[in-house]
Design a binder for this molecule. Structure first.
Ligand code: HEM
Length: 416
């Protein structure tokens, strides 16, 4: 990757000033794809002193690029907040996963703008209330403990398969009121869709999830339960029931949003702790710092890009953008903006006023943040109290990637 003007044989569009072009693919530049000991956050950090907005443009042969490969990337938190608060200029109505399988539903409400977004968000908010999530606390702790017990005696584990992936799936299943029987299938579908190396694998994952959601929706129509899907079926938006496509779009999003995000965040949290025994020791001695530590990990190790589509020709931060251009507001840069964060590269569990953007900003701010935080805190508490210092297993290289959801593909941990 170079910070220089692009040499790509595929020139940037004519409205993009050449001095703002960088030879960089958010999806495909080496180090953003799965890489042993990869550090995509360090790659993004190189752009913190780039112009307020630059144009990432590179050839993307062979790389699946959701929405498109070239995009404007914002580098300053204030500009990102401004953009994310103006969906009439920067819209969430992007190409949906449904198009992979020749269908038309959209992920509700993440792929729509206000006022429709507000209507759906208002319908969903009570289902994610802090009170409802708090009731799941003991179940989440039991699940964390039983997973850990299943491999604790081995002295090592592949963290992603042993803990990070199964843990959020079982919590999601509990959240939507389903049994654990098909957990492994669920995980595989999510992985196929989000991390499949080709369109065929992704489409297969997408199809499997949608078919299963439709099966569940049909079952709940016949026999309602006190669960998430029944609540969505009974909900009203603007005084009317949801359409079949809207129900599929809502349940599909909730399925997807809670799986990979938590697993990915756990991967960075535990990789960091494994590489920093002093931070493990600090949290073992003072467990009350764990919630603040989780926030600090989320600040420094953001996992999701916020991608929007420009709705009309406009000028932003002194840059002319065209209708249809993509913008990316990466929390990985917002959260280390020197104008807003004191000593941004320091991991400090005593940091106060940690207002990071890992859960986004504006109308689409993550609705699952209470649940995610609870899972992340409980995971750290249960690990730290059970294990003496854990580390990356000798000789193993964690495989780390960027993409739609940044995270570790493989992370071997060991302990005495
Ligand atoms: C650490 C874990 C998580 C992170 C970092 C995260 C991050 C985000 C971000 C950045 C967005 C905004 C996307 C955008 O504006 O384009 C978002 C939206 C959303 N998240 Fe999360 N999320 C996490 C966990 C969860 C969980 C556990 C759930 C549910 C079970 C969830 C459900 C949702 C939903 C439904 C939306 C769409 C909200 C809307 O459009 O109004 N998330 N999340």
């Amino acid at each position: 990757m170079s910070e220089s003007m692009t040499e790509s044989h595929n020139p940037a569009p004519s409205h993009v000033p050449p001095e703002l072009v960088r030879d960089f693919s958010y999806w495909g530049t080496p180090g953003m794809t799965p890489t042993p000991n990869g550090d995509p956050h360090a790659i993004m950090r190189r752009f913190r002193d780039a112009p307020r907005v630059f144009y990432a443009h590179a050839s993307n042969e062979g790389v699946y690029a959701p929405f498109g490969n070239s995009m404007w990337i914002f580098t300053r938190a204030a500009d990102m907040r401004e953009a994310l608060q103006h969906p009439e200029l920067f819209s969430s109505q992007r190409e949906s996963f449904a198009s992979m399988i020749g269908e038309n539903w959209v992920m509700m409400p993440v792929d729509v703008d206000p006022p429709l977004h507000t209507i759906f968000r208002t319908m969903l908010n009570p289902l994610f209330s802090p009170k409802r999530i708090e009731q799941m606390k003991s179940g989440i702790r039991e699940r964390a403990a039983s997973l850990i017990e299943s491999f604790a005696a081995n002295g090592e584990c592949e963290f992603m398969d042993a803990f990070a992936r199964p843990f959020p799936v079982t919590i999601f299943l509990q959240f939507v009121g389903l049994s654990d029987e098909r957990r492994e299938e669920f995980q595989q579908w999510g992985r196929d869709l989000l991390h499949g190396v080709d369109l065929e694998t992704k489409a297969r994952g997408c199809r499997a999830i949608v078919d299963y959601m439709r099966e569940l929706i049909a079952e709940r129509r016949k026999a309602p339960k006190d669960d998430f899907i029944t609540a969505v079926l009974n909900a009203r938006v603007d005084g009317r029931p949801l359409t079949e496509d809207e129900i599929v779009g809502c349940t599909f999003l909730v399925f997807l949003a809670g799986l990979d995000t938590v697993a990915a965040t756990l991967s960075f949290q535990f990789l960091h702790l494994a590489r920093h025994p002093e931070h493990q020791a600090q949290l073992r001695t003072t467990p009350s710092l764990i919630p603040a530590a989780v926030e600090e990990f989320m600040r420094v190790y953001g996992i999701l890009p916020m991608i929007r589509v420009v709705t009309r020709d406009l000028e932003f931060a002194g840059v002319k953008m065209k209708k249809g251009d993509l913008i990316n507001c990466p929390p990985q840069l917002a959260n280390i903006d020197r104008d807003e964060v004191v000593d941004p590269d320091k991991i400090d569990f005593t940091r106060t006023d940690n207002r990071h953007m890992a859960f986004a900003y504006g109308p689409h701010r993550c609705i699952g943040s209470h649940l995610a935080r609870l899972e992340l805190v409980i995971a750290a508490e249960e690990w730290l109290k059970r294990f003496p210092a854990f580390r990356v297993k000798e000789g193993a290289s964690p495989i780390v990637h960027a993409g739609s959801v940044w995270g570790a593909e493989e992370l071997h941990l060991a302990w005495e």
